[in-house]
Design a protein around this ligand. Sequence first.
Ligand SMILES: *Cc1c(COP(=O)(O)O)cnc(C)c1O
Length: 433
Amino acid sequence: MSTPVHPETYYGPSFGALLEQDPQIAELLVTELDRQRAGLQLIASENQTSPAVLAALGSTLSNKYAEGYPDARYYGGCVEVDKVEKLALARATELFGADHANVQPHSGASANQAVYGAFASPGDTILAMSLDHGGHLTHGFKVSFSGKWFNAVHYGVDADTENIDYDQVEALAREHRPKIILAGGSAIPRLIDFARFRAIADEVGAIFWVDAAHFIGLVAGGVIPSPVPHADVVSFTTHKVLRGPRGGAIVCREEHAKKIDRAVFPMMQGGPLMHAVAAKAVNFAECMTPAYRSYAQQVLDNAAALAAGLDARGIRPITGGTDTHLSLHDLRGVGVSGRDAEARCDAAGIVLNKNAIPFDPAKPNIASGIRVGSPSVTTQGMGVPQMEVVADLIHRAVTQGDGDPEHAVAREVRAQVTELMTAHPAYPEPSAG
Ligand SMILES: *Cc1c(COP(=O)(O)O)cnc(C)c1O
């Protein structure tokens, strides 16, 4: 184990005890932190949460059973965790300007399961974005419960603009009269026209649900429009741009509050993870600070600069750019597959993922694109000048590497990655005194 970071800072004061009792796991915690600090983390759905959030996650709140909701639990001894959950709920409704919040979903997928549970029955029709155009597995994809239990109809993007085809959404809604219309996804670089979706949902009498898992952090930071005033219900994850603990949450209109709460518990989940609920509360408070607002703006600026930098090097951004924290790039211009690009970047210390692009001629496990995001590098304090360097490093690794970490280009790029990571460390060692 060689790490310059004080483990106590990131694993809590009990790290010494863990090291003694279970060195195998203790060492893996450290080597994973080393990995996060060594490579350029460009996976759009990842971020680096704060030591305060990590402290709440590592707390004895994990011991407490608290099935139910504050002041209405199935177990005794909930007086302290009730206060925790009330704080989390108050902060969530304030942060998002929502009537009602539920902070118990264990993950984004669990939150989505609850929304289905609240508003649909098996066999009902739902209308959502197709996975291969940027949607999500839980939006009615065949291998997911959502595709097995519901009749999912999918819209996609327009072939010319590569942006959501709203006319298609409208036409499919009129034809299929879905119970739920769902907006959101995991590879959508542009803002979504929530008002247009709302109008379509109203016309056909559907529930309008926004899965804001990816971009809710930008909403929290006030740098992109919020879906909350338009949607019946908004589900999201707390660990992406938002930068909280791994988990999920839901906000909704008052008229749906009881339905949503009953769908989370007891319909879909058992006892809540109270340590995660506490960590969500810590994160929501962080999101209300000026520092978080400037972070969110920097995430946008960095994503735009990175997309433009890759574009200038022949790696074209889908839709021509981005309004969010992520961009999706078509690699056909440089003649490299998504799978090879991912492997070549990995060999050079750059962590990103291959991604299907709309109308992709390649199979999903090969793909013609990559997805890059700015949340992690922005947390590390990188700015627009560094994104120019990052674009150059990605281009070199993708076009000149071969996937072998010992290749000269991989070594060169890795050395520059190390320079960037040294100047802008993830989880810097706390300065003495
Ligand atoms: C990440 C994501 C999810 C799932 O979140 P998990 O916490 O991984 O279950 C759901 N929907 C969208 C749009 C996502 O991007």
